[in-house]
Design a protein around this ligand. Structure first.
Ligand code: NI
Length: 254
C-alpha cells in the first residue's frame, strides 16, 4: 500500500474533516502516514493523531521558519518526545532562506542542534531545505549526517546536489511538484535517482499535484505522483508503490 512519508494533518486546513479524512485513507490504498511537525504546538497535535491511529506516525522537530523562539528547554522537551513509541524521525529540520527571518545564524544553530539530537536518540532526520543548498550541505557534511541518515523532503535542487545526497545514503522526497509544468528539475532528479532511494510525499495541505494545483492537498492525491514516477522510470504504478513503501519502511525503521 502507499506510504505517505510527509504530511501535516495537524494543520488548520484540516480542522473541518481531519478525522473522517484520515479514517478514509485505508479504503483508498494509503497504508501508512508519517505526520511531519514544525513546532512545539504541532508536535503535540501530531502525537495526538499518532496515538489515535495505528497507521499514523510522527516526526519530532522544529522547522527553520519556526526556530526564532527555540531554546535549550525546548530542545530537551523535543528529546523527551523522541522517546514516544510513535516518533520515527527528527524533523522537519533544516534551512529556509526564502524569507529573511529568522536569521541564517539562528536557523543554522538549531539545525545543527537537532542533527545532534537525532544522533543522540538514534532517529533519522527529515530535512527541509529551500534556497539554501550550499549551507545545508556544508552543515550536513561537517556533522557527518550520513552516519544518521534520513530524507531530503520536497527535494527542490539539481541533479548535482541530488547526487551528493544519494551518495551519502539519503532518500529523496518526491511530491506534487513532479506533475507541475515547471517541475522539470525534479523530473530530471527522479530520472537520475535509483528508485530504491525515492520516497513519496504530499506535504499536505500544500503542493497539490496537477490537476488540483492550488487546492488543498491530501494523501489521497498520491496516485498522481506515483503515476508520474512510473512514467519516468518505466515501471508500473504497482511497482512504484511497492518499492517506495519498502524504502519508506527502511527510512523510518518500521
Ligand atoms: Ni512539510
Amino acid at each position: 500500500m502507499i506510504f505517505e512519508t510527509h504530511a501535516h494533518y495537524d494543520d488548520e486546513a484540516f480542522d473541518e474533516d481531519r478525522y473522517t479524512l484520515l479514517e478514509s485513507m485505508t479504503d483508498h490504498g494509503i497504508g501508512t502516514i508519517v505526520n511531519a511537525t514544525a513546532s512545539r504546538r504541532t508536535v503535540e497535535k501530531s502525537l495526538e493523531l499518532a496515538h489515535k491511529y495505528p497507521f499514523v506516525y510522527t516526526t519530532i522537530g522544529v522547522h527553520p521558519s519556526d526556530s526564532a523562539e527555540m531554546d535549550e528547554e525546548e530542545l530537551s522537551w523535543l528529546e523527551e518526545m523522541c522517546g514516544d513509541e510513535k516518533a520515527v524521525a527528527v524533523g522537519e529540520i533544516g534551512l529556509d532562506y526564502h524569507y529573511d527571518e529568522p536569521s541564517k545564524e539562528i536557523q543554522k544553530k538549531w539545525f545543527e542542534a537537532q542533527i545532534e539530537l537525532a544522533r543522540k536518540v538514534k532517529l533519522p532526520i527529515i530535512v527541509h531545505s529551500r534556497d539554501a543548498a550550499k549551507d545545508t550541505m556544508d552543515i550536513m557534511k561537517n556533522l557527518h549526517a550520513e552516519e544518521i541518515g534520513g530524507d531530503i523532503h520536497c527535494f527542490s535542487y539539481s541533479v548535482e546536489v541530488a547526487r551528493e545526497y544519494l551518495n551519502m545514503g539519503f532518500y529523496i522526497g518526491v511530491g506534487g511538484v513532479i506533475t507541475f509544468k515547471n517541475g522539470r528539475k525534479l523530473r530530471e532528479v527522479v530520472e537520475y535517482a535509483p528508485i530504491e532511494q525515492i520516497v513519496i510525499e504530499t506535504d499536505s495541505p500544500y503542493l497539490s499535484p496537477e490537476p488540483f494545483r492550488g487546492k488543498r492537498n491530501s494523501s489521497l492525491n498520491l496516485p498522481y505522483v506515483v503515476d508520474k514516477i512510473a512514467e519516468i522510470k518505466g515501471l508500473t504504478p504497482e511497482e512504484v508503490i511497492a518499492v517506495t513503501e519498502n524504502n519508506a519502511r527502511k527510512l523510518y525503521n518500521l
